[in-house]
Design a protein around this ligand. Structure first.
Ligand code: F6R
Length: 608
């Protein structure tokens, strides 16, 4: 998705903007641009393609002088990737330059109105409407112009705006699209993502919807829609700068997989005190938990797959009905949600448009909402009734690994916590689960230490055209994640199937040499999955089996076998997923794919 950075201070803006944009590259983009006040004029430089083209064009920013500016990486939605469509966009007279993340839903009627008023459009974007609207409503006060503009546009936006009448400042606004303000010494920033400014400051303001902020080098003023000044509390971001750097690794994805044990431990350890799970972050009382009618777990992509794991776990352990729902479906399926239902919302970024909208829908229906979020202060975290943060640190690779792992960790905490309150586990089971949970990080580390096994498997199969993942129950939920990981970074077609379902149609795709990755970690269902493995082998499949080291008859499972340490079955997804992540990584690497920035994908999906 698009990225924004803005700077005002005493240093040259362009190199800072370009550096900030480079740390936003991971979000996915296809063109980039900057606008800087140079000699009381707005100097705009933009270029299609990679940021390196813009760097070259501007001599790494040195060719653009000035200490106030805004920058943008664009991920095309309205109009193809091109120099003309890339941001910043200028208003008719050149007085305003605008960068925009999000989508202006009513841009066509606004554009028609502006054309009638004599405005000419040069790009195909929805953003150009904003630049012209600023000019249309502007008298002498940019905050008033901004309030008028936001009163007329519908959709989502994070905006950075320069006005040539005020070369000592710029303004920013947001609605349903992330934007933070970074506070420095004689310099201030805006950014769509904290990683863009982390090397300069950790002190930030989180903006609410439709707040307008005016940034000068020595002041930051925030106004609400009535133009009243709003006082805000500054937060300190405790993410480590090095966490957003590659630190010697070839790819962020490998670095982030290696960080899984620490991220998992950081997520659980502050919430376990003297052998007991303490969820200070949430306000759910024992009485409330006992009266929950149904749980919905709502999310997208990998976060939804965590929801699938959660469904199997909570139903089994707590005996509460759970429905895992894709956020994009939940919004439009007229869901039957009652005030006694709990909606658990999962999101790494906390900004995914569909998930955010589903959260609003759940609240409107009267349900209590509990979010599991990685980015502190993000929209989903702010809007939900309760939030449990995952302490994964910044996740840069588009394909999630460590955030997925920490979301599972929170799911286990919730499951054990609820089960104890409900009395569906004994005190002895509770103590043993809490003790075993704390051993999971070391077990993950042990699997990562044997990554050469997965490298070897990848070397055997990286030329496959199609790969199937099968599993039952929780293994099916993990199969969904393994398959998604593989297809998103290696571009190999892949499907995940509930092992017993394959023979109802999809087995027709199995032919000589097709790779089937069979997950069979649950003892109760091992024999059932083994039968499904035999079915595919009889049709020529090669099978890579994943099971636990103590499983009887494990050798029958596959032509290749990955053995996991023995642990309480509740926690197995955290182990099973690791070889699958590694396999995808090595397959993509052998195929020469752009692992951290797979084609067509964006890290944070802030459009519907
Ligand atoms: C896949 C992946 C995506 C995200 C999904 C939700 O590797 O990362 O499927 O899980 O886009 O994103 P968040 O968790 O930010 O809401």
């Amino acid at each position: 998705m698009c990225g924004i950075i803005g700077y005002v201070g005493e240093n040259q803006a362009a190199p800072i903007l370009l550096e900030g944009l480079s740390s936003l590259e991971y979000r996915g983009y296809d063109s980039a641009g900057i606008a800087v006040f140079s000699d009381n004029k707005i100097n705009i430089q933009k270029a299609g393609g990679r940021l390196s083209v813009l760097n070259q064009k501007t001599d790494n920013g040195k060719a653009v002088t000035g200490t106030v500016g805004i920058g943008h990486t664009r991920w095309a939605t309205h109009g193809k990737p091109s120099d003309t469509n890339s941001h910043p966009h200028l208003s008719k007279s050149g007085r305003f330059a605008v960068v925009h993340n999000g989508i202006i839903e009513n841009y066509i009627p606004l554009k028609n109105k502006l054309i009638e008023k004599g405005f000419e459009f040069v790009s195909e974007t929805d953003t150009e409407v904003i630049a012209h609207l600023f000019e249309y409503y502007y008298k002498t006060d940019i905050v008033e112009a901004a309030i008028k503009v936001i009163g007329h546009v519908k959709g989502s936006y994070a905006l950075g705006v320069l006005c040539s009448d005020y070369p000592d400042r710029f303004i920013a606004v947001r609605k349903a699209s992330p934007m933070i303000v970074g506070l420095g010494e004689n310099e201030n920033y805006i950014a769509s993502d904290v990683t863009a400014i982390l090397s300069h400051t950790r002190k930030v303001y989180y903006l609410e919807d439709d707040e307008v902020v005016v940034l000068k080098k020595d002041s930051v003023k925030i106004y609400n829609i009535d133009k009243d000044e709003v006082k805000k509390q500054a937060f300190t971001v405790d993410w480590d700068v090095s966490a957003a750097e590659k630190g010697g690794y070839e790819h962020f994805m490998m670095k982030e997989m290696e960080e899984e044990p620490t991220a998992f431990m950081n997520t659980i350890s502050p919430r376990i005190k003297n052998g007991r799970i303490v969820l200070d972050d949430i306000s759910l009382t024992e009485e409330y938990i006992k009266n929950i009618n149904k749980i919905f777990i709502i999310a997208c992509g990998s976060a939804y797959h965590v929801g699938m794991v959660g469904k199997y776990l909570i139903e089994k352990t707590c005996r509460i009905p759970v429905e895992a729902v894709l956020a994009s479906e939940f919004r439009y399926c007229d869901p039957i949600v009652t005030p006694n239902d709990l909606c658990i919302i999962i999101s790494q970024s906390g900004e995914t448009a569909d998930t955010l909208a589903a959260l609003k829908e759940a609240k409107a229906l009267g349900a209590k909402t509990l979010s599991i979020v990685n980015v502190v202060g993000s929209s989903i975290a702010n809007l939900s009734d309760d939030c449990i943060y995952t302490w994964a640190g910044p996740e840069i690779a588009v394909a999630t690994t460590k955030a997925y792992s920490t979301q599972l960790a929170v799911m286990y905490l919730i499951n054990i916590y609820f089960a104890e309150k409900l009395g569906t586990i004994t005190p002895e089971q509770y103590s043993s689960l809490v003790a075993e949970l704390q051993k999971v990080p070391d077990m993950i580390a042990g699997i990562l230490a044997q990554k050469d096994k997965m490298q070897y498997c990848a070397s055997k199969f990286y030329n496959c055209h199609s790969i199937f993942f099968i599993g039952r129950n929780i293994d099916y939920a993990v199969a969904l994640e393994g398959s998604l990981k593989l297809k998103e970074i290696s571009y190999i077609h892949s499907e995940a199937y509930a092992a017993g379902e394959l023979k109802h149609g999809t087995i027709s795709l199995i032919e000589n040499g097709t790779l089937v990755i069979a997950l069979a970690t649950g003892k109760m269902l091992y024999d059932k999955t083994l039968s499904n493995v035999k079915e595919v082998k009889a049709r020529g499949a090669v099978v890579l089996g994943v099971t636990t080291a103590d499983m009887p008859d494990k050798e029958d499972l596959g032509d290749y076998l990955i053995e996991l340490p023995d642990v309480n079955e509740m926690f197995l997804p955290s182990l099973t997923v690791v070889p699958l992540q590694l396999f995808s990584y090595y397959v993509a690497s052998l195929k020469g794919c752009d692992i951290d920035k797979p084609r067509n994908l964006a890290k944070s999906v802030t459009v519907e």
